[in-house]
Design a binder for this molecule. Sequence first.
Ligand code: NDP
Length: 510
Amino acid sequence: MAAMATRTLSSVMPTDASAPNSWGMGDGQAIPWDYAPAPEARDIVTLKERYGLFINGREVAASGGGTFISVDPSTELPLAEIARGTAADVDRAVRAARRAQSGSWGRLSGKERAKYLFRISRLLQERSREFAVLESIDSGKPIKESRDVDVPLAASHFWYYAGWADKLEYAFPGRVARPLGVAAQIIPWNFPLLMLAWKIAPALAAGNTVVLKPASTTPLSALLFAEVCVQADLPPGTVNIIPGPGETGMAMVTHKGVDKVAFTGSTEIGRKIYRGVAGTDKALTLELGGKAANIVFDDAPLDQAIEGIVNGIYFNQGEVCCAGSRLLVQESIAGPLIDKLKDRLATIRVGDPLDKNTDVGAINSRNQLEKITELVQSGVDEGAELYQPACDLPERGYFFRPTLFTNVAQSHRIAREEIFGPVLSVLTFRTPEEAVDKANNTEYGLSAGIWTDKGSRILEMVSRMKAGVVWANTFNRFDPASPFGGYKESGFGREGGMHGLHAYVRLEDR
Ligand code: NDP
């Protein structure tokens, strides 16, 4: 791998003795740019040694007796032993969900369903610290992100869809919205609780019941959510949670008792799932990978754009399907922008996910770390120029430095493949046409960002981008009322907003 840049923060910041008085710090008392550790207490979480499956409102053992271990990616230490669901368990769960759908849950009015969803939302808020700490331990994401983004957004999704539960006739005027039935939902490891909320909240609001499989590296927040379902007194069978490997997920997809399949994850598995439902009348939504372009024009407010670029690719270690992993910079400002970006990278703090100062936590698994490392190596081998700030990484755990590649060609793997890590590839353009061509030159079409001072240019660019979501002068903004989803190999169907509700109803004429 190419040598790392050695420009550290201490080399660009004056020492105490040289701090100019004009900084107003008095007599050389410059504030050292070191952060004292600020660890979030983890004792709010009580981990059990073993977790079962959640079927029909109760924790049960897996039928095959199999288990697997969930690991803390920041320490590589085991957290808990989890029951490994089998096809027989999937069958039990789907039957329980069917009974609830045609009975206790299905018979409730929209107003009654709303009360449960509001209750779940309130419980998530009440237990938010516990969820945030658990999510960070299990996934490696920084506590400030799980605390300020994942958990509040999950709660607000339930709140938002609670509002729709008794208003379906206004959501779909002139039509009767019926639930689809039993939904099989498979979620990834990058936003475990938030993806659960994106899936479960609209499904329940519309009167469906669900069987959900969390990712094998991050099952714990879904299992804590099972406790919330019990606490909320949700009718048994309405929500069922079955941790297990990919084949358990496929057993859900192909189960005859399932009416709807919702999947978020890789394009490769998305294709398998598409094949799994082919020839059936199951409804399907796929939210898959991305390779978003973040486009910066020469009239953009540079400092704001730098923050947007950093947020776009280093948020959640870059393990984000809509990450702005390709930076397209107008050629005339490429030099100063890259210099600023390198300086900003030197201030990013990588380390303990539970430290409140941490910006970039641990990569979710050894597998993912290996994938990132392999793709970064390919960037170096193919001739791109690598820059990584010099920062100490913890001795144990799956960590990766924030990485920036310049001199990137569109043909490079790092410009084409989803890396799902803190790795940014910088390309340049001269004209808006070239920016559009390069931005759309990908098999994906999930998201994009545009940075410019001109509103008319934003509108023109948005109309020409093949992306489900385009952010202007911001990035990675989410709101439960706003639909999210992709084109092309990024999948189809929308989650969030009324569009997300639509994916869980069958519309009939009055
Ligand atoms: P996967 O697509 O394999 O995993 C997503 C979910 O699907 C997990 O719950 C997984 O279970 C499950 N799954 C795996 N195989 C099957 C199957 N045959 N049938 C049904 N369900 C299945 O993603 P990975 O975790 O392997 O990540 C690989 C790459 O995918 C990443 O490097 C990244 O590029 C991309 N990715 C994209 C995401 C996105 O949001 N767009 C999210 C996650 C990953 P299990 O965990 O047990 O394998």
